[in-house]
Design a protein around this ligand. Structure first.
Ligand SMILES: [Zn+2]
Ligand SMILES: [Zn+2]
Length: 329
């Protein structure tokens, strides 16, 4: 990522805000905002989903990441920084999108909900795959820590940000989001609480279905393009083998590719997973080498443009995909 572009973007946004301030100075309402609704800015898709479901028609939700774009390294344009500055509530995940963190810190620190504060994040290596407990294969243990890739520490402080892939965590984030919305809009606080409770019921049903559907499988290792699935793996006792690290744009080294091919062969992987928002090329290369097929396992960092689903339906598609790939009964 080009850090030098950040100050320029923010400076330009500040200029745009000054101009906006001139127009809107006579009114407390934000330019373009609906005074009847709470203006919520969501940093990426799962947070947009939560805000829309819990806010209902009492909120206007915008997403800082365009449909079909990958959110990790989102670059905000001046008007998006203006949206952050003008929002009544910004929902984001500190440590996931550096430019969003910076825009929040400079423009909306007092109106931001950092969902990473809801529950302690898992360590970056959680849900990873290693051979510490197998023992029958001396020498293989050297490959332990498969999910750890250079770059983790700088990006996330060693924590995994992908918390939405555990539906029960997302439900807890939703409960707290309802509280935040209720503070911003006390007249409708009870509505927000009720919608969060109803969403929690759906998320807990999804959780139960994932647990039951992944309970008895012939394999538990999943070879994935980036290590987005730590929370899913931890919750449902899977083990992820990531081709790249926590961020999808890291190129795997030839050595890492070779390791993943060995792992995939050893664990008789039938499927190498790729994502809708990043190129499937590396996954295809590995699949060719091990005689596996490829399939989409969606980390739900955003919806693909041609997809009509939502968080719940994409997670159910993921469950079906996993059940096939892992031969679950
Ligand atoms: Zn990710
Ligand atoms: Zn292994």
């Amino acid at each position: 990522m080009n850090n030098r572009s950040v100050p320029r973007t923010l400076a330009a946004a500040s200029a745009a805000l000054l101009a906006l301030g001139g127009v809107a100075a006579c009114s407390d309402e934000k330019a373009g905002g609906d005074p009847q609704r709470v203006d919520v800015v969501a940093a990426f898709y799962p947070l947009q989903f939560l805000a829309e479901r819990i806010g209902g028609d009492a909120v206007t939700v915008s997403n800082l990441v365009k449909p079909g774009a990958e959110p990790h390294d989102v670059e905000l344009n001046p008007s998006q920084v203006g949206d952050v500055a003008g929002a009544e509530l910004v929902v984001y995940l500190k440590g996931f999108q550096p430019q969003v963190d910076e825009a929040v810190e400079q423009n909306a620190a007092d109106r931001a909900f950092d969902v990473a504060t809801v529950a302690p994040l898992l360590d970056a290596a959680a849900g990873g795959h290693d051979h510490e407990h197998e023992g029958e294969e001396p020498g293989h243990a050297e490959e332990s820590g498969a999910a750890e890739e250079p770059g983790h520490e700088e990006e996330t402080g060693g924590k995994d940000p992908h918390l939405w892939l555990d539906p029960t965590r997302l439900a807890t984030v939703g409960d707290q989001l309802a509280e935040r919305l209720g503070k911003a809009d006390p007249d409708r606080a009870a509505d927000y609480t009720a919608r969060a409770a109803s969403l929690r019921t759906e998320l807990e049903k999804l959780d139960a279905d994932l647990a039951a559907g992944l309970k008895t499988c012939q394999r538990r290792e999943i070879v994935v393009s980036h290590t987005a699935f730590g929370y899913l793996a931890e919750r449902y006792q899977l083990e992820q083998i990531g081709i790249t690290g926590l961020s999808p744009d890291n190129e795997p080294s030839p050595q890492r590719l070779a390791e993943v091919i060995e792992e995939a062969k050893e664990h008789k992987a039938t499927t190498i997973f790729f994502e809708t928002l990043v190129s499937p090329k590396v996954a295809e290369t590995i699949a060719d080498q091990v005689g596996a097929r490829t399939a989409v396992l969606d980390p739900l960092e955003g919806l693909s443009t041609d997809d009509g689903g939502d968080y719940l339906s994409v997670m159910r598609t993921n469950l079906a995909t996993l059940r096939t790939a892992l031969s679950c009964s």
